[in-house]
Write a protein that binds this ligand. Structure first.
Ligand SMILES: [Cu+2]
Length: 121
């Protein structure tokens, strides 16, 4: 029963890796630190639209076929798996749903969905 599921998720992992070039420079521009009183990590985000192909609530991942992601953080159209931030309520999402989403990259440079908005019919 689990075989089908693990196959589709491993395919998506490849797509995510190949897409991982360019984008956020998680490096540091910490020269003029006196200007920034609040230590806040500036996130590089991107916005896109897509269709949910699968919801994995155990692993907190979404498989999405998405169009071009624009933003500072850009991505070509593809089907891939994204990890989902803790604030996103996965119980409101289901397969086949059209969504708008916002992605960023975490400290390890992995893509994370920060926000999901179902498209109004
Ligand atoms: Cu992608």
């Amino acid at each position: 029963m689990k075989t089908r599921r693990s196959l589709i998720w491993s395919i998506a992992a490849c797509a995510a890796i190949s897409a991982g070039i360019g984008g956020a420079s998680a490096g540091a521009t910490v020269n003029n630190s006196s200007r920034f009183a609040v230590a806040q990590v500036e996130k590089t985000t991107g916005h896109g639209e897509g269709v949910i192909r699968a919801v994995d609530s155990e692993e907190r991942k979404l498989m999405i076929t998405h169009g071009p992601v624009s933003g500072p953080l850009e991505m070509s159209p593809m089907t891939m798996a994204f990890r989902v931030a803790p604030n996103v309520d996965l119980s409101t999402l289901s397969k086949g749903m059209k969504i708008k989403f916002t992605i960023s990259r975490d400290a390890k440079g992995l893509y994370v969905i920060e926000d999901v908005q179902p498209e109004k019919p």
